[in-house]
Design a binder for this molecule. Structure first.
Ligand SMILES: [Zn+2]
Length: 186
């Protein structure tokens, strides 16, 4: 059986299958981590044959910028556009990478959503490449959200006293911020 799957798609339960490449388990359910074909082998292991190969230039330690595309606790899917250490942006296509809740801060984080939101732009370090997936790390003070938008009205958020405030609707929100956060209070 081969079935086309997109990130977050429910593939089955941990009672039915073992998690293979490109699959993660949460609360007893198995979900796809990446886009590709879901395959179940004779040992009842379900894996995703990824349709986007890891770009050759992506390596552990590399700094990347990306946009948070979706959140399925305990992970966020981040579309990265790899940049070189010197900051030269590559024109290669976008690639989905994975940010796990345990790699956001040095200490305990309750949920991915309390630190990043869909639509945010983040700066991250590639921590590892495992089983065809790129994993990101935000724990360095340089890393974190560099641009955030109000989750109520989508206006840019401004930084005031380590909180982000919306000038349009008055909402205030928290994030794991990068030292580079670009919308300072005016
Ligand atoms: Zn707002």
């Amino acid at each position: 059986m081969e079935e086309f799957s997109t990130p977050g798609k429910l593939l089955g339960t941990e009672e039915e299958f073992a998690a293979g490449d490109g699959v993660y388990g949460e609360d007893g359910e198995l979900h796809a981590l990446c886009t590709g074909n879901a395959i179940i082998d004779k040992q009842k292991m379900v894996s995703i044959k990824a349709s986007n190969a890891v770009p050759k230039m992506v390596a552990p330690g590399m700094v990347v910028y990306g946009r948070v595309e979706d959140i399925f606790e305990p992970i966020a899917l981040v579309k990265i556009n790899p940049v070189e250490q010197g900051g030269v942006r590559q024109t290669q296509g976008d690639y989905f990478s994975v940010l796990h809740v345990s790699n956001i801060r040095g200490d305990y984080v309750q949920s991915v959503r309390s630190e990043v939101r869909v639509g945010d732009i983040i700066k991250a370090v590639v921590s590892e490449i495992r089983r065809g997936e790129v994993y990101l790390d935000l724990r360095n003070p340089d890393c974190g959200v560099v641009k955030a938008y109000c989750s109520r009205c989508r206006s840019p958020l401004y930084l005031r006293d380590r909180m982000l405030v919306c000038h349009s609707c008055g909402n205030s929100e928290g994030r794991k911020l990068s030292k580079e956060y670009s919308a300072m209070e005016r």
